[in-house]
Ligand binder design. Structure first.
Ligand code: 9MR
Length: 574
């Protein structure tokens, strides 16, 4: 293929993610380079840096290679503990298809004091905002005096191999990782170490990632090549191959189009499975007309350091939504959870400025691409701890610094940053009558009285216990009460856990029908698509122990809930 007819992998990645052929165009700031995507040079050698590295979080494509700046991204728990590293993955970059023996050789420039890490994943990690599960993959780390090889086999959080050897590390170093005869061997000019291969690349793919110490000077990946050995082969996965997916007429999104409301049907989605799991991506594109960012735009993902923003995963989701003609609902600007440690440790006097800066930068970045924001998530206390026996405001860093006014300030800042976005306050447990609904109603009524630019309320609709069962008639009455205040509503995060498939189906369908019956209910969104990646999974277990809360099971088979949702949509045909 002549070089000038080759497409940047970025474009092919978006085509892969696209449902419509017209959508195969990149957007945003890219520095895509020519690529050999989809080709196999006769030598069985692939120049991976000729592919797209422009979306690597913390990476900058330069003439001499890819400069790696550490983001210091970590998974921090709500009490400020934890801190599991969350290294960048080049999700929109090259995926290598491998068979048999091969080696991957990297040359890098590592300034003194820097720790350079290169990741080769057989399966990309599963990422949530309270944990990251490493699956099959390996990390090569080079410090001043040491070379380290860490191998995860997908059966445990503990690495199967973690070996270190001394290295006389010059500034420029070449490392070669070879898979051969059931072993993994790592070689540099002056050292050599081997470990048994637990089948890290048995998936037949390699996805790359790179990380750095944020406090040391950046390192540069100057070359990265894969070469087949013996009878093995290496190719860059041709992401253009999969056929474009057209929503079948009985899909949720196609049926919803036939309702008089043309109600958007959404799901919370994550970047990693959209890229790495063809079945998940197919459901995402064919079944849903709306996308909520599950974790990618929570503060600790998007704003890992006081002056460090990372939009890579959020941009992937925004481009995916646009390419597939989905409305993008962004979650969430201000929340008591999922905040990076630096935010949790802010002096109270600095919090208002930090909050409004965060909002203006993040909502400003997505201006024009995001239709709606959850501006404030879960402002109510989980307990009935207010003076009137209802929930008071949830105590967290923003509320402690500003009292209730943090909500006013957050909405005002979001409206300034993106005047066209529809702005929601999102809450759980307010679908039934009782003190929680009363507290929510009074809160949003006060906001409206004060002229706060709030457009609507999200009813999360998590049904995790029998006591959470939602009565559609009561939910309808709440939506109607909000309409009288001039507020719209949406079903923002429904999932139904621990119920029989029949009860689960009835609950999903009842809530959808309540939404369809109220003209001010603007959309219906499930909190995920499949139990394979559901948010109630037991995350410490290998293999992952999924929950059962979503419409598609962990093998991506539809449960009765899917038919119940389809029937509810059919019944609302215009
Ligand atoms: O789905 C999210 C999961 O990956 C996180 O680990 C969890 C941590 O708080 O948050 C989940 O999403 C929540 C959302 O942000 C707000 N409402 C409740 C959702 C489900 O727990």
């Amino acid at each position: 293929m002549p070089a000038n007819t080759r497409l940047p992998l970025l474009v092919t990645a978006l085509c892969l993610l696209a449902a419509g052929t017209t959508a195969c165009e990149p957007s945003g700031d890219h520095h895509a380079r020519p690529t050999t995507s989809g080709t196999t040079p006769a030598s069985g050698r692939v120049n991976l840096l000729a592919e797209d590295w422009s979306h690597l979080p913390g990476g900058t494509v330069e003439p001499g290679g890819v400069r790696i700046h550490g983001l210091g991204r970590q998974i921090v728990l709500q009490d400020g503990t934890g801190g599991q590293p969350h290294p960048p993955v080049n999700l929109r970059g090259p995926q290598l298809t491998v068979h048999g023996d091969f080696h991957i050789r990297a040359t890098l420039h590592r300034p003194a004091g820097q720790t350079a890490s290169l990741y080769l994943y057989g399966e990309v990690p599963i990422v949530y905002d309270e944990w990251l599960q490493n699956r099959q993959g390996l990390r090569i780390t080079i410090t001043e005096h040491q070379l380290n090889l860490t191998v995860w086999d997908g059966h445990s959080a503990t690495p199967a191999t973690n070996r270190t050897t001394p290295v006389t590390s010059p500034t420029t170093i070449t490392v070669t990782l070879e898979r051969h005869d059931g072993n993994l061997t790592l070689t540099t000019d002056d050292t050599h170490m081997s470990a048994p291969d637990p089948g890290v690349f048995d998936t037949g793919t390699v996805t790359f990632g790179a990380d750095a110490d944020p406090d040391a000077p950046d390192w540069t990946l100057n070359t990265l090549e894969a070469t087949a050995r013996n009878t093995g082969s290496v190719t860059v996965r041709d992401t253009r191959t999969p056929a474009q997916q057209t929503p079948p007429p009985d899909s949720l999104r196609a049926l919803a189009e036939t309702t008089s409301r043309r109600l958007p049907i959404g799901a919370a989605m994550a970047a990693e499975p959209l890229v790495s799991d063809d079945g998940y991506r197919a459901l995402a594109t064919t079944q849903f007309s709306m996308l909520t960012t599950e974790n990618a735009l929570k503060p600790q993902f998007v704003h890992p350091g006081p002056n460090t923003y990372n939009f890579a995963e959020g941009d992937l989701l925004a481009d995916f939504a646009a390419a597939n003609h989905m409305t993008m609902h962004a979650h969430t600007l201000v929340f008591g959870e999922a905040n990076p440690r630096w935010m949790q440790q802010l002096d109270p006097a600095d919090r208002e400025r930090a909050m409004t800066e965060h909002i203006s930068t993040v909502a400003g970045h997505y201006r024009g691409r995001v239709a709606e924001w959850d501006v404030v998530n879960e402002p109510l206390s989980p307990e009935d701890d207010g003076p009137d026996g209802r929930p008071g405001l949830r105590e967290h860093l923003w509320q402690q610094a500003m009292g209730e006014s943090y909500i006013d300030k957050a909405f005002t800042a979001a409206h300034t940053a993106d005047p066209d976005a529809t702005l929601y306050l999102n809450e759980f447990g307010a679908e039934a009558d009782g003190p929680r609904w009363d507290a929510l109603y009074d809160l949003v009524a006060r906001l409206k009285d004060r002229g706060v630019p709030i457009d609507g309320v999200g009813f999360q609709s998590h049904i995790h216990e029998a006591g959470d069962h939602i009565d559609p008639a009561v939910l309808r009455s709440h939506i109607a009460d909000l309409a009288e205040l001039g507020l719209s509503a949406r079903i923002s995060e429904i999932d139904v856990y621990g119920e029989s498939p029949r009860v689960q189906a009835t609950q999903f369908a009842g809530v959808l029908s309540a939404c369809l019956s109220e003209p001010t209910c603007t959309s219906f969104t499930t909190w995920g698509i499949t139990d394979r990646y559901g948010s109630t999974a037991e995350h410490d277990s290998y293999p992952l122990e999924p929950g059962d809360e979503l419409p598609w099971d962990q093998r991506l088979r539809p449960k009765p809930a899917v038919a119940a949702l389809q029937n509810t949509l059919r019944a609302a045909r215009r």
